[in-house]
Design a protein around this ligand. Structure first.
Ligand code: AMP
Length: 349
């Protein structure tokens, strides 16, 4: 029996997967999809690039096809770019259903979003801040009947860091029904497990990837110790060497602040490197444009803050450079997860 058939997925979905080159379930899909189809809450902890998104998109689409209505599912995610990426997977996999989705993120027109929400899309993919703003300012839609609540990068949504989502999450959690199915996914769930259990209350099925270190095995990891004064010179040298040695190349450089991100990008542009910046102080249109230019290989270097660290599926990155040491191991895991995705044999410096 075909891998996905064994998991209980319908033939139309399996066919759709095949067209996208998704033929064999990954471990997170193998373990979580049957449990989700059975109606259980689920907490999935798997390394980044392991097919986590499809692990919740596929069973949700199957359930939606059995009883289609809007709003059927709400997906919350910490960054705007991730919201677009998740919506894309819903769109391509749910095409035969005539799926209507709606993306609610900051930096975009609120009136247009309110109009879209009032048209009852099947799936809403949102960042918590903007969705909570809609609840605070209008009552033209409600999510009282949703079947599924998904928290992607769930631990980040619950963290109290520089972007604190807790108040916005509270507004949203008060608006969702108690008898929903809750799905929580991330590469790093364990730190916030207790808080997560208050959201997925329905005896959640917990699945964790067994590999001890949650970075991809094929990733080559190097540490370069240099004096602070010559750090930028080394960076330029490193990029130059990589550029000379490889015909097809792309690099992401992670920085700790928006200011540093901007400065490094300007410096690299001075040296005529094809580089773009991505950070949260840029306008949303500029953020999308930067990401699109990088994804299409027009620009080979993306200088980014951790806004780009989680979940972004950029298939051709060969090198991730941490310009600063990430403060937490899990930030490192998310950052280096941008390379060697889906088993590609790329290295990390
Ligand atoms: P994710 O971990 O959700 O960011 O997925 C990483 C990439 O793997 C995406 O481009 C997916 O389309 C792809 N993918 C998801 N599931 C599979 C699968 N079963 N086989 C091959 N590729 C997959």
């Amino acid at each position: 029996m075909d891998g996905f058939t064994r998991l209980g997925l319908s033939s139309w979905l399996i066919e759709q997967c095949k067209q996208l080159g998704i033929c064999k379930p990954t471990p997170v899909q193998e373990n979580c999809i049957p449990q989700i189809l059975e109606g259980r809450d689920c907490m999935g902890c798997a390394k980044t690039g392991s097919g986590k998104t499809a692990a919740f998109v596929l069973p949700i689409l199957q359930k939606l096809s059995e009883d289609p209505f809007g709003i059927f599912c709400l997906v919350l995610t910490p960054t705007r770019e991730l919201a677009y990426q998740i919506a894309e997977q819903f769109r391509v996999l749910g095409k035969p259903l005539g799926l209507k989705d709606c993306i609610i993120v900051g930096g975009m027109d609120m009136v247009a979003q309110a109009l879209e929400l009032s048209r009852k899309p099947h799936i809403v993919i949102a960042t918590p801040g903007r969705l909570a703003d809609h609840f605070r300012s209008s009552n033209t839609f409600n999510i009282k009947k949703i079947r599924f609540l998904v928290l992607d990068e769930a631990d980040r949504l619950l963290e109290q860091g520089c972007t604190d989502f807790t108040q916005d999450l509270q507004v949203i959690l008060e608006a969702v029904p108690v008898n929903r199915q809750t799905l929580l996914f991330s590469a790093t769930l364990t730190d916030t497990l207790q808080e997560l259990k208050t959201i997925a209350m329905n005896k959640p099925f917990f699945w964790e990837s067994t590999s001890e270190v949650r970075t991809v095995e094929k990733l080559e990891q190097k540490y370069i110790l240099v004096p602070e004064k010559v750090k930028e010179a080394y960076l330029v040298h490193l990029i130059q060497t990589f550029q000379d040695e490889h015909e097809d190349w792309s690099i992401i450089i992670f920085t700790n602040t928006c200011k540093n991100c901007q400065i490094i990008n300007m410096m690299l542009r001075e040296f005529s490197f094809p580089s773009v910046a991505l950070h949260s102080m840029m306008k949303q249109k500029q953020r999308f444009a930067a990401l699109a230019k990088f994804k299409s290989s027009v620009f080979k270097i993306l200088v980014a803050t951790d806004v780009a660290a989680r979940g972004l599926d950029i298939p051709t990155v060969q090198v991730v450079i941490n310009h600063n040491t990430p403060g937490l191991p899990k930030i490192y895991i998310h950052r280096v997860g941008r390379t060697a995705r889906a088993g590609k044999d790329f290295c990390y410096c």
